[in-house]
Design a protein around this ligand. Structure first.
Ligand code: ADP
Ligand code: MG
Length: 231
């Protein structure tokens, strides 16, 4: 692992066991995946649907165990999912979703300080007035604000690296650019490194310093056929 790298993925492999009737088939999804992300760097991982991008993200963030290889991390990583609604609990307010990580990661102590930190997070992603948004439930937010809420939650732990898995694919084109700008601000103003997972080459070009292409579970030098830029 080079001294500047925040994330180092070495020879990662993943095989799933898939049941087919009475048989179990082994499905190799990742093979020999290696790359690094340096401090403050934005790296895009692009590839067609099914090429293994999300599996790679889930292994990096500890949601799925690797079958082979290693992940080395320095610092805190936070993940932003494709569907921000699915990652928010419908019975809790937006504020509650932020209070938890702020307390757990000891970013503020005492009721007033925690509330102030939550409001600061909401304001930083453009959810204003913060007190009003803190009291809302996930279903009361439309796509754009919901993505902003997910982003505020990612920031609550003050991560060094954000792994964003298709962060704009569920959004209308009109909101998409706002979310991309927000991610770019995180990188440029706060120096947060970004692993952007996408099948959309345009957003990869917009945000990333460097692009890695995944094909059938492997990182390849160049895509065999161009990916659709509009998908
Ligand atoms: N939990 C799982 N069990 C079995 N197969 C899986 C599982 N998760 C993903 N896969 C399979 O792994 C392959 C890669 O999936 P994924 O990582 O989601 O790709 P991508 O994000 O690039 O679309 C697909 O063929 C998918 O069906
Ligand atoms: Mg995926």
């Amino acid at each position: 692992m080079s001294p500047d790298s925040l994330l180092s993925v070495c020879n990662l492999g993943k095989t799933f066991s898939v049941r087919e009737g009475l048989r179990t088939r082994r499905l190799a999804v990742l093979a020999d995946v290696s790359f690094e992300v340096e401090r403050g760097e934005a790296v895009a991982l692009v590839g067609a649907s099914g090429s293994g991008k999300s599996t790679c993200a889930r292994i990096i963030t500890g949601l799925v165990a690797a079958s082979a290889g290693q992940v080395h991390l320095r610092g805190t990583v936070q993940m932003i999912f494709q569907d921000p609604f699915a990652s928010l609990n419908p019975v809790h307010t937006v504020g509650y979703h932020l209070v938890r990580p702020v307390i757990r990661h000891r970013k503020a102590r005492g009721r007033a300080a925690v509330t102030a930190r939550v409001h600061e997070l909401l304001t930083s992603v453009g959810l204003m007035p913060a007190a009003e948004f803190a009291a809302k439930f996930p279903h009361q937010l439309s796509g754009g604000p919901r993505q902003r809420g997910a982003r505020a939650r990612a920031l609550a732990v003050e991560p060094e690296l954000i792994v964003a898995d298709e962060p704009t694919s569920m959004l209308d084109a009109s909101i998409r650019i706002g979310v991309l700008n927000l991610l770019r601000d995180l990188k440029e103003q706060r120096g947060i490194a970004l692993l952007l997972i996408t099948h959309d080459l345009a957003s990869a070009r917009y945000l990333a310093d460097r692009t890695l292409t995944m094909e059938a579970g492997r990182i390849v030098d160049a895509p065999a056929e161009p990916l659709s830029a509009s998908a």
